[in-house]
Design a protein around this ligand. Structure first.
Ligand code: PRP
Ligand code: MN
Ligand code: MG
Length: 187
């Protein structure tokens, strides 16, 4: 619809770029995890929902058997900057002890959410924990956090689409774009 597109200043990652990169990342993970019995993808709701769905299908084509779990955490609330305070809104449903866990994130911004999450998952005795993130903002990192698989490094602008929201909107856009600053002022 028109209000969507008119709120976007410019596209940063197109639908086609996302599709190609997702396949490429899945190939790398499939190669690195060729010898394991299964991988447990942990998608971080809500932002990772689109990438999780596409990445899991891509990995499932060539990689080891895939299982999916979801956690919901929130650090941003309604704002555009991370508060650093991570709340668990939905925990894991199952034990992850001894599992090969891959956290699936839409974006690593300050790194605070992921840094907290990695500690949490390691405390649950996973065999190993890797991270695949579609997007990363290198200039915004506030803590060093190991992200083994990264789709795109992007500038520190507020982006939405393909799962990423501003005040819960724009997650449904099939691409990632920069929101017009004038939109922040609303509502
Ligand atoms: C966003 C995004 C990442 C996190 C990254 O989630 O989806 O999970 O922030 O930011 P950080 O690296 O600065 O911690 P958000 O807290 O907005 O929740 P959401 O996924 O439900 O939108
Ligand atoms: Mn998120
Ligand atoms: Mg958000």
């Amino acid at each position: 619809s028109t209000w969507h597109s008119s709120d976007i200043d410019h596209v940063i990652v197109s639908e086609e770029q996302i599709r190609e990169k997702t396949a490429e990342l899945a190939k790398q993970v499939a190669a690195d995890y060729a010898d394991v019995e299964s991988v447990l993808l942990v998608g971080v709701l809500k932002g990772a929902v689109m990438f999780m769905a596409d990445f899991a299908r891509a990995l499932g084509r060539s990689g080891p058997p895939v299982e999916m779990e979801f956690m919901a955490v929130s650090s941003y609330g309604q704002g555009t900057t991370s508060s650093g305070v991570v709340r668990i809104l939905k925990d894991l449903d199952r034990d992850i002890a001894g599992r090969h866990v891959i956290v699936v994130e839409d974006i690593v911004d300050s790194g605070l959410t992921l840094s907290w999450l990695l500690k949490y998952l390691e405390s649950r005795s996973a065999a190993n924990v890797d991270v695949v993130a579609l997007l990363r903002k290198p200039d915004a990192l506030r803590v060093s956090v190991p992200v083994r698989y990264v789709g795109f490094d992007i500038p520190s602008e507020f982006v939405v689409g393909y799962g990423l929201d501003y005040a819960e909107r724009y997650r449904d856009l099939p691409f990632v774009g920069v929101l017009k600053p004038s939109v922040y002022g609303r509502g």
